[in-house]
Design a protein around this ligand. Sequence first.
Ligand SMILES: Nc1nc2c(c(=O)[nH]1)N[C@H]1C(S)=C(S)[C@@H](COP(=O)(O)O)O[C@H]1N2
Ligand SMILES: [Mo]
Length: 200
Amino acid sequence: MGNIKRIISPDTQREDRVPPGQRLVEKWPVLHYGGVPKIDTSKWTLNITGLVENERTLTYEEFTALPMVEVFSDIHCVTTWSRLNNTWEGVSTSVIKDLVGIKDEAKHVMVAGVGGFTTNIPLTDFFQEDALFALKHDGQPLAAEHGSPVRLVVPRLYFWKSAKWVTGLRFMAKEEPGFWERSGYHIHGDPWLEERYGEG
Ligand SMILES: Nc1nc2c(c(=O)[nH]1)N[C@H]1C(S)=C(S)[C@@H](COP(=O)(O)O)O[C@H]1N2
Ligand SMILES: [Mo]
C-alpha cells in the first residue's frame, strides 16, 4: 500500500449525502459528447498555459512521476444520477501550483479534453484538496470511456466539470464559459445549490 495520502471529500460526511433532485445509481454510467478517443500515452501531454509564471508541457512519464493521492468522493451528474463511494487515485490539482506558479490575477481555469471539450472552473473549486487528476478508479486503471489516461475529478461540482481525456489547463483572470456552459449549463455547477442550468 505504501504511505499514499488519503483525502476524504467532505460532502461524503454529510448526514444526507444525496443533493436535491438526485437519485442513486449503483453502476457507473458513461456520458460524453462525441466518441471515445484512443490516446497513446507516449504522445499524451498536459499543456499548462495562461496566467502562470512558467508555461509547462508535461509528458505522461513526467506526470505519473508526480506524487499520488487517493480521494474518496461521491459523483453527482446534472442528469440527476449520483454514485456514492468512489475511490480515485492520481495527482492532486494542488501539485500544479508549484509546477507553474499561478499568477495572482488568475482566478479561473479552462480545462480542455481531447476532441475540443472544455469546461471552466473557479480556482477556489479547482484547488480544493479533494480535486485531482485521476488515473485509477476503485483500484483499477481508468477505463477508456471514463477518460483514460487522465481525467479531472472535482467532487464538489456537478460531474460535467470533471473533464475526461484531459490535455490542457489555461489559467484566466475572468470567467469564460466552456463547452456545456455555452450550451445552457450553469456557469458554476454546485449540486447542493442545484446550479444545473444557466439563465441564458
Ligand atoms: N472530454 C470530455 N469530458 C467530459 C464530457 C465530455 O463530453 N467530454 N462530458 C462530461 C459530462 S456531461 C459528464 S456527466 C461526465 C461523465 O463521466 P463518466 O462518463 O465517466 O460518467 O464527464 C464529463 N467530462
Ligand atoms: Mo453530464
